[in-house]
Structures are given as structure tokens and as C-alpha cells.
Write a new protein. Structure first.
Length: 284
């Protein structure tokens, strides 16, 4: 669990299923991402109804020093996944639920080698490959994500319906006000989080001026034109007017959930919980 929206929603879904869930946090002891998940970990650790564990590793911080052009992200994500798998194995867990959206499932090819950018672990291909590998070597752990096929905006909206929204952290320097997380307004990820929260009406601290230098920056990290257009449409409906040439249009599928043949590990129970959560709330 990073403490971001995907891991929070995945954790909440598995709790709703009645599963015995163990929240696994990776404690980056150096400067990289050291803040992510701290408040959520502390909150869950105080309650006897939550089982949490924390992994500390200097190795990941060391690998984060590798220059970006040499595959920095890929180098620290690999040992992170391995550390988490070892923790899951030591706890005799039967499943490893990874909180990733569907955005990075399609591979690209460079020099005749297929890969998933810096986020290959955020793919259904990774799930199937690692699950099959674990089965082949006799380890009974299935890796999957219940939030694939949900847009980032829908995930953020559903997180607002959980008890954990106020513990969400999505950057290195989150700002706190009255116990609530507020976007720092400077890093790209926080800007993305801020605009999504504002678009679905769960954040009254959004300041459009953070995009005044580059109005289109709010969509740079979004995936798919439908989601971009929907976010701008929702912002406009809520009184925010962003100077952008992108059309304003609401696409209902941004707030829908569809499972395809690429994700065979999702059970009918998980589908039902997510579909019910979407349909039982007011329309955005």
C-alpha cells in the first residue's frame, strides 16, 4: 500500500469481500517517496481490526539514485515487487492484491523488445506472468488488481466513499490542513489528483491558478481523451473555467466498470461490489 487512491480502494474492496487482509507498506528510508502511506499505516496500525506490516529497505533508495534514462523506475519497482512477494510468502498469504489502474496494460516495443514503460507491473500481463511463475515454483500466491478497468477519476471518486480518504497521500510533500490531505500544487502528480478531486466534487481547495502557466498540464498525465474531456466538462459544471482547446463532453464510461478477457482473475463478487458502489452513489 502506497497510500494513494488505487491501493486505498483495493484494500477497501478486499475488506468488503470479508477477506482477511494484510496491508503491506514499503518504508522508503531515504528521500524517495518516504512520506507516502505513513499516515495511513499509522492509522491502520492503531486498530486491532486491521493487520498491517512494514518493509524497510535501503536497496530501493539506492536504486532510485540511478539516472532516469537508465531505467530508474524499472530498477526500483522490480525489487519492490520482490520484497512484497517475499512478505506475502512469509505471512502465508494466498493472494497479493495490487492497486493499479488499467492505464498501462498495452505494451510498447523498443529495439524489438516489448515493455510497459516504467510501469510494467501495472499490467494484466504482469499479473498473469508472475502468478503463473509462482505456481510453477510451488508458491500459492495469485497476483491481481481489483481496480483495473476503472479510470483514475472513478477510482478517486470511489475512494471518497471510503473511511480512508483523509489519509490519502500521493506525493513526496503532501500538505495537511485539519487532518485532510491537500495537493501540494507543485508536482505533476498532485496537480492530477487535485483536478480529479475537484471534478467529482470532493475537494474545495482546488485552485485553478496552479495551471495558469500551462492550462493543458492537467491532462498530460491522464490516459484517454474521454477521461480528459469528462474532467474538463465536470470542472466547467462546477464553476471552474480552464483555458483549454479540448472539448467539454461527459463520457459515462469514465464512471463504469468492465471486465474483459485480459483479466481472468477478477471474481464475480469483486465485480458486483464495484458495480454496486458506482451505481449506489449519486451521479457525478
Amino acid at each position: 500500500m502506497s497510500g494513494g487512491k488505487e491501493s486505498i480502494l483495493s484494500y477497501h474492496i478486499m475488506k468488503l469481500l470479508g477477506c482477511k487482509v494484510s496491508g503491506i507498506f514499503v518504508d522508503y528510508v531515504g528521500r524517495i517517496k518516504r512520506r507516502e502511506g505513513q499516515r495511513l499505516y499509522n492509522h491502520l496500525a492503531l486498530s486491532s481490526s486491521h493487520n498491517v506490516s512494514r518493509i524497510k529497505s535501503d536497496l530501493i533508495d539506492l536504486l532510485c539514485l540511478v539516472p532516469l534514462e537508465f531505467g530508474k523506475h524499472s530498477m526500483y519497482l522490480s525489487p519492490t515487487i520482490c520484497l512484497i512477494l517475499m512478505q506475502a510468502y512469509s505471512e502465508r498469504l494466498s493472494g497479493l492484491t495490487v492497486g493499479n489502474e488499467y492505464d498501462n496494460t498495452c505494451p510498447t516495443v523498443q529495439h524489438n523488445v516489448p515493455y510497459f514503460g516504467d510501469n510494467y507491473e501495472q499490467s494484466t500481463v504482469f499479473e498473469r506472468k508472475i502468478s503463473q511463475y509462482l505456481k510453477d515454483i510451488g508458491i500459492n500466491i495469485v497476483v491481481f488488481s481489483p481496480v483495473y478497468n476503472l479510470s483514475e477519476t472513478c477510482i478517486q471518486w470511489l475512494v471518497s466513499k471510503t473511511p480512508y480518504l483523509k489519509f490519502q497521500e500521493s506525493c513526496m510533500s503532501p500538505v495537511e490542513s485539519d487532518g485532510q490531505y491537500i495537493s501540494c500544487g507543485s508536482c505533476a502528480k498532485c496537480k492530477r489528483i487535485a483536478v480529479m478531486k475537484a471534478s467529482v466534487g470532493i475537494d474545495n481547495t482546488f485552485d485553478p491558478s496552479i495551471f495558469q502557466d500551462d492550462p493543458n498540464h492537467i491532462v498530460n498525465s491522464q490516459s484517454g481523451s474521454d477521461e480528459i474531456e469528462t474532467i474538463l466538462y465536470l470542472l466547467y459544471k462546477r464553476g471552474y473555467h480552464i483555458n483549454s482547446k479540448i472539448q467539454l463532453k461527459f463520457h459515462p464510461e469514465v464512471f463504469s466498470y468492465t471486465i474483459d478477457e485480459l483479466h481472468p482473475l477478477i471474481s464475480k463478487n469483486i465485480q458486483d461490489i464495484i458495480v454496486d458502489a458506482i451505481s449506489s452513489n449519486q451521479k457525478v
